[in-house]
Design a protein around this ligand. Structure first.
Ligand SMILES: *Cc1c(COP(=O)(O)O)cnc(C)c1O
Length: 470
């Protein structure tokens, strides 16, 4: 496809307004552009066609099955978009007087109240812009707590080996030393290894439960008590609340601070770097360190770590999350998580004779397949299978994560898929499996039907070219 710059023809535009007959005001020299500006010159219809063509090339939840594990690519109700676009929400300025934005304040306060009820926390801040940003703030609260209590020797952050990569990265950003805690044979935290790692230097533990293998840790209460007995705090990575929303609460599991990805469980379209919200919740002991909030009921907390983002964070995402919660209600949220878990187990059951399951237990919202044996026997990798799925019009699952499973494919179907869509998906996985024997070269070269085949992903990440150059 042509870039919009390649569609450009000098002088082309759609001008609906007559030429201005007002004399141009003089502009100070220092503000004048030195180089020629580079904007494409196209008529409106060309611009519209350009974006339509781009939209046709992308794959979203409305294009088809999108079981990208750990990302919760659920269908996001259009009602959320409608409400988020109300002029009362979009035509305001963050600096206008508080009295004039009372509705927005009510949204923030009600979202705070409802998210506290769902998570068992005492206070929520909506400032962080995404999950990893929420982790950063959550850990900053822990650090501020220890600094304030004169426990600066607590520098070690314990992170299980099944953790999302952002967990150790956030811990390092905040200045903690990461200690890796291995998983046991069941894919859960090795409690003996945890005990050995705990001590006077422990700041805390970061845990995802259910973890990235889709397993709920049955020893969770013992784990959080052990950390507390050692004087540490417990951080809950609640990026995906899809398995537990309305069932159990991180606050009741013994966690002191959490982040939620409102753009995952609480239904905002995401991927491609769009706006998110990594709302952070904490227990009362960490409340004095929260960022100052302009709008919420509370004024600047006493020992605030300061702002982590301008103003109120991505407010539109909070409006969507609140709309979602109010639409479903407590009963609906419970049903959503039950269906998410049921769907994951149903799909796992359909697939377990096609590709081996890494940990063959009842799963939560997601599960992990391993193609290690298949790779050994046939040379076909998890990557080849994932690429092969693209030719069947499906988004591949998450690949090579969690790191503790070799040749991993991680699937999270979410609650918004029907039983028939899961059956259809499983059929396509079977067709790809058959190709391993019947057409291995086709898999090695897949995808054959998409715009782009196999890009050099490392090069794309290390050397991104984001600007058109003539
Ligand atoms: C998605 C995810 C994150 C990171 O969230 P971002 O919004 O992408 O920064 C962290 N932890 C887990 C378990 C996740 O699934």
């Amino acid at each position: 496809m042509k870039l919009i710059f390649e569609r450009s023809t000098p002088g082309h535009c759609s001008d609906y307004l007559p030429k201005s007959d007002v004399e141009k005001a003089p502009r100070p020299e220092k503000f004048l552009r030195k180089a020629k500006w580079m904007l494409p010159e196209v008529a409106e219809v060309e611009a519209a066609r350009h974006y339509k063509e781009l939209a046709d090339q992308t794959f979203g939840v409305v294009s088809g099955f999108y079981p990208l594990g750990s990302c919760t690519m659920k269908y996001n109700p259009r009602l959320n978009e409608r409400v988020a676009s109300f002029p009362g929400f979009t035509n305001i300025h963050p600096l206008q007087p508080k009295d004039t934005v009372k509705g927005c304040q009510a949204v923030i306060d009600l979202a705070d109240e409802m998210l506290c009820a769902v998570t068992g926390m005492d206070k929520i801040t909506i400032q962080p812009a995404a999950g990893a940003h929420g982790e950063f703030l959550g850990l900053l609260l822990m650090k501020a707590y220890f600094d304030h209590h004169g426990q600066t020797q607590r520098t070690k952050m314990l992170v299980p080996d099944a953790a999302h990569g952002t967990n150790p990265a956030s811990a390092v950003m905040v200045g903690f030393d990461v200690v890796n805690i291995p998983s046991n044979a069941n894919g859960c935290v090795d409690v003996e290894a945890l005990k050995n790692a705990l001590g006077d230097d422990t700041a805390g533990l970061m845990l995802t439960n259910p973890n990235t293998l889709g397993l709920f840790d049955p020893q969770i209460l013992e784990i959080t008590s052990l950390v507390h007995e050692a004087g540490g705090l417990c951080y809950y990575d609640g990026a995906n609340l899809n398995a537990i929303m309305g069932q159990v609460r991180p606050g009741d599991m013994g966690f002191d601070v959490i982040h939620l990805n409102l753009h995952k469980t609480f239904s905002t379209p995401h991927g491609g770097g769009g706006p998110g919200s990594g709302a952070v919740g904490c227990k009362d002991i960490l409340k004095p360190y929260l960022p100052s909030s302009f709008l919420g009921k509370d004024e600047r907390p006493e020992h605030s770590v300061g702002q982590v983002r301008s103003f109120y964070g991505n407010f539109g995402v909070v409006v969507r999350a609140l709309t979602y919660m109010l639409t479903l209600g407590a009963e609906g949220m419970r049903e959503a998580s039950q269906t998410a878990v049921l769907n994951a187990n149903y799909l796992m059951h359909l697939l377990k004779d096609v590709f081996p399951v890494a940990y063959d237990h009842i799963c939560m919202h997601e599960f992990v397949l391993t193609l290690a044996d298949i790779k050994k026997e046939t040379g076909i990798s998890a990557l080849d299978v994932a690429k092969g799925l693209l030719d069947f019009g499906m988004h591949p699952p998450t690949m090579y994560f969690p790191l503790i499973v070799p040749e991993a494919l991680m699937l999270e179907p979410t609650e918004t898929e029907s039983r028939q869509s899961l059956i259809d998906a499983a059929e396509k996985y079977k067709l790809v499996k058959e190709k391993i024997c019947s057409a291995p070269d086709e898999l090695r070269n897949a995808p054959l039907t998409t715009y782009i085949g196999r890009p050099d992903e490392v090069k794309a990440a290390r050397n991104p070219i984001l600007r058109y150059e003539e």
